[in-house]
Design a protein around this ligand. Structure first.
Ligand SMILES: O=C(O)CCC(=O)C(=O)O
Ligand SMILES: [Fe+2]
Length: 218
């Protein structure tokens, strides 16, 4: 008798993600997680106080002028500070384990933040990790915008790694859509929107700890 050996957490969406990552290096999944989690996170991000969202910085870049030119989103790092955040982190840990089982990636940890792009805000073309640092392996973006229309803008544009002026795809930031891509490979950009645009951006990382330097910091 042949039985499926898939653990519960390896649902069809997770398998589709693994296959797309293997074939193309990126995956785009609509309503990636259940509606309960989707709605919980939408409600949570909308009630975040303005005072909790801080102007985002680029890497360790301290120059606020450069920073403001490159990205204009406001962020709040996710920890286990609410039921919604814990549910999110648990879900992404299931995904991490599934990706490790399917693709042998050895992903060790996950860091993520809520992001708010106010009308007109953008994030110019960038990559999320630099080659050789083997730190951020997979980037994830999960959108929290119900009833988003194409004319609202705010698309994520993913460019060809070999030909960075060629667009591979544009993603409308609709609630429930999850995008995953290889952090070192794909230049990408967030176009300005006409409305506030909410998301969770995150990164699966390897364990980069060496000697007494603990990375990621805890
Ligand atoms: O919000 C998005 O679509 C992408 C965000 C992004 O590229 C980042 O935070 O590094
Ligand atoms: Fe990015």
């Amino acid at each position: 008798m042949f039985e499926s050996a898939l653990p519960d957490s390896d649902n069809l969406n997770f398998l589709a993600i693994s296959q797309a990552l293997q074939n193309k290096g990126f995956a785009i999944i609509e309503h990636a997680f259940n509606h309960e989690l989707e709605n919980q996170l939408i409600a949570h991000v909308l009630q975040l106080e303005e005072s909790q969202l801080k102007q985002a910085a680029i890497g360790r870049e301290q120059d606020e002028n450069i920073n403001h030119f490159v990205r204009r989103d406001k962020i709040k790092w996710i920890q286990h500070n609410s039921a919604a955040e814990t549910a999110w982190l648990n879900q992404m840990d299931e995904l991490r384990l599934s990706l490790n089982r399917q693709l042998y990636l050895g992903l060790f940890s996950y860091e993520s933040h809520f992001a708010q792009y106010q009308p007109g805000a953008f994030y110019k073309t960038h990559v999320d990790a630099f080659k050789g640092q083997a730190n951020r392996i997979l980037s994830t973006v999960y959108y929290l915008n119900p009833n988003w229309q194409a004319e609202d803008g705010g698309e994520l544009v993913i460019y060809d790694p070999q030909h960075p002026h060629i667009e591979l795809t544009r993603v409308i930031p609709s609630a429930g859509t999850l995008v995953i891509f290889l952090s070192e490979e794909f230049p990408h950009e967030v176009l300005p929107a006409t409305k506030s645009r909410y998301s969770i951006a995150g990164w699966f990382r390897l364990n980069a700890s060496i000697s007494n330097h603990i990375d990621p910091p805890r």
